[in-house]
Design a protein around this ligand. Structure first.
Ligand code: CAA
Length: 257
């Protein structure tokens, strides 16, 4: 597939994707989301790639789903076209994903960033679910994932008023893991992605799956799920290598199996 709305880079064991519709503040139309899912799936199948990095440009990570594409659609168009299932496809990616956010991160773009596993924000980042201002509500997971990320009261305020959070507010609310100056946000996210990519890819995927399970089940069920994945890790060569390397005081060499 050739890409017109994203740029794709391979940097060692990190697969990096840049959203690239700057003229529309990276509004997420069907073409862009289809390309993104395709690129992520290809990286996810590649044993050399151990972490993904998603970002936009300094002005915008993304301004949400493409309003102009949706404006004239009816309910059955929305239902049949099922554009939003492309966000679900991103959620099926098993490789860890870091999102680097600068500028606007709104609507469907915030919903996309929240599907990523870690958000690194520049000081200029603005996070919001402004759908209320165009007569709708978040439709790609915002009412659910934002509430889990920042709690009911702040999520309600954002969803019911459309107010944007600053990077510092987002950090205080637990939506992002760190805030860095705009000049450094991408390099900091690249550094973080490279650090993740230096770990055992088997353990990374099991760990991602276990953390995500905490959103799906109660504590007892989640603990049982974690226990099974922990035991499964002992079927990998990487577990033997990691523990032997620790005992021998040397760096492990991961096999990815
Ligand atoms: N869809 C389509 N085009 C968009 C867009 C979007 N979500 N956001 C911005 N654009 C376009 C603008 O129409 C404009 O295009 P033209 O130059 O051709 O007019 C260009 O990007 C630049 O935008 P602005 O001129 O508006 O830039 P600004 O700096 O004045 O304002 C902004 C920036 C506050 C982000 C404003 O663009 C804005 O409010 N955008 C819409 C945000 C929004 O409502 N997002 C939610 C979308 S719905 C959704 O995401 C549903 C879901 O849950 C899946």
């Amino acid at each position: 597939m050739t890409y017109e709305n994203i740029l794709v880079f391979r940097e060692g064991a990190v697969g990096r994707v840049q959203l690239n519709r700057p003229q529309a503040l990276n509004a997420l139309n069907s073409a862009l989301m289809t390309e993104l899912v395709d690129a992520f799936r290809e990286f996810d199948r590649d044993p050399e790639i151990r972490c993904l990095l998603l970002h936009g440009n300094e002005r915008a990570f993304g301004a949400g789903a493409d309003i102009k594409e949706m404006a004239d659609m009816g309910a059955i168009d929305m239902y049949s076209r099922d554009h939003i299932s492309l966000w679900d496809e991103v959620a099926r990616i098993r490789t860890p994903i870091v999102a680097a956010v600068s500028g606007y991160c709104l609507g469907g773009a915030l919903e996309l960033a929240m599907i990523c596993d870690i958000i690194v924000a520049s000081e200029t980042a603005k996070f919001g679910q402004p759908e209320i201002n165009i007569g709708v509500l978040p439709g790609a997971g915002g009412t659910q994932r934002l509430t889990r990320a920042v709690g009911k009261s702040l999520a309600m305020e954002m969803v019911l008023t459309g107010r944007m959070l600053s990077a510092d507010e987002a950090r205080a609310a637990g939506l992002v893991s760190r805030v860095v100056p705009v000049e450094a946000y991408l390099s900091e996210a690249q550094r973080l992605a490279a650090e993740i990519a230096s770990k055992s890819p088997v353990a990374l995927r099991l760990a991602k799956e276990a953390v995500l399970q905490s959103f799906e089940s109660g504590l007892a069920g989640g603990l049982a799920y974690e226990r099974r994945l922990f035991a499964l890790a002992f079927a990998s060569e990487d577990q033997k290598e990691g523990m032997q390397a620790f005992a021998a005081k040397r760096q492990p060499e991961w096999k990815g199996r």
